[in-house]
Design a protein around this ligand. Structure first.
Ligand code: ADP
Ligand code: ADP
Ligand code: ADP
Length: 214
């Protein structure tokens, strides 16, 4: 399957993507995680991306599309993928369509995770991620690690993302409404969108997502 996951920052995209990817046996491709891995390796791409991310703005399309394309062309993504955080504006959606067309493949669904603003703000405020792998995600009250400050999955230290500050969250929500939400209409025109509520326990949302994708 080839799936795109959309939803506001903090809706639970990464959390659900990890689980859905495992169930559906497809790789989870998160452009946010790819950027954070570049930042921790201190690559040129990481240095460029960090200033945009810390301000809550989108990283320029040119580098983002090149990075996503490169990842989608890895052998493990040949039979399917779950895109998390890409595309994030209409021009990225168009670039993805071009790429799919040249490979003669199609998306199966665009899963839209809906969550009210007050909930995503609470989720982001308590989010803690692992230094070794930013796809290992916890929440101080909703999903605390077994040992405080330590990742259950790999033992890495947990920390708060530099862009999970109150001010940056406001910018990211604004960017979501103005730049990312339009891709939902773009994909509705292709008949691909399934919308589910992101509220409820993590397991419940996963069940809801799997049902919607059937
Ligand atoms: P969240 O899931 O909280 O929205 P992400 O990890 O998806 O956060 O993204 C964090 C930041 O990484 C974004 O605010 C943006 O700066 C950058 N980013 C991630 N994906 C993209 C993309 N497709 N295009 C541009 N910037 C991106
Ligand atoms: P996104 O990738 O959309 O930004 P995350 O998956 O990182 O969102 O989740 C944001 C925060 O909310 C994390 O701290 C995560 O542990 C928590 N979270 C995710 N799903 C739920 C849920 N269903 N209920 C409560 N908290 C959740
Ligand atoms: P594993 O079986 O490998 O421990 P899980 O399905 O328990 O995998 O978790 C996979 C990922 O999802 C981990 O990175 C974990 O931190 C995260 N995760 C698990 N449960 C939650 C939750 N309730 N809220 C947020 N993230 C979670």
């Amino acid at each position: 399957m080839r799936i795109v996951l959309v939803g506001p920052p903090g809706a639970g995209k990464g959390t659900q993507a990890t689980r859905l990817a495992e169930k559906l046996r497809i790789p989870h491709i998160s452009t946010g995680d790819l950027f954070r891995a570049n930042i921790s390796r201190q690559t040129e791409l990481g240095k460029l991306a960090k200033s945009y991310m810390d301000a809550g703005n989108l990283v320029p399309d040119e580098v983002t599309i090149a990075m996503a394309k490169d990842r989608m062309e890895q052998p493990d993504a040949e039979c399917g993928f779950l895109l998390d955080g890409f595309p994030r504006n209409v021009s990225q959606a168009e670039a993805l369509d071009e790429l799919l067309k040249t490979e003669s493949i199609q998306l199966d669904a665009v899963l839209d995770l809906e969550a009210p603003e007050d909930e995503v703000v609470k989720r982001i405020a308590g989010r803690r991620i692992c230094r070794k792998d930013s796809s290992h995600v916890f929440h101080v009250s909703y999903s605390p690690p077994k040992k405080e400050g330590v990742c259950d999955v790999c033992g890495g230290g947990l920390y708060q993302r530099d862009d999970d500050t109150e001010e940056t969250v406001r910018t990211r929500l604004e960017v979501y409404h103005t730049q990312t939400e339009p891709i939902i209409d773009y994909y509705k025109a292709q008949g691909l969108v399934v919308t589910i509520s992101a509220l409820g326990a993590v397991d419940e949302v996963t069940e809801r997502a799997l049902e919607a994708l059937e």
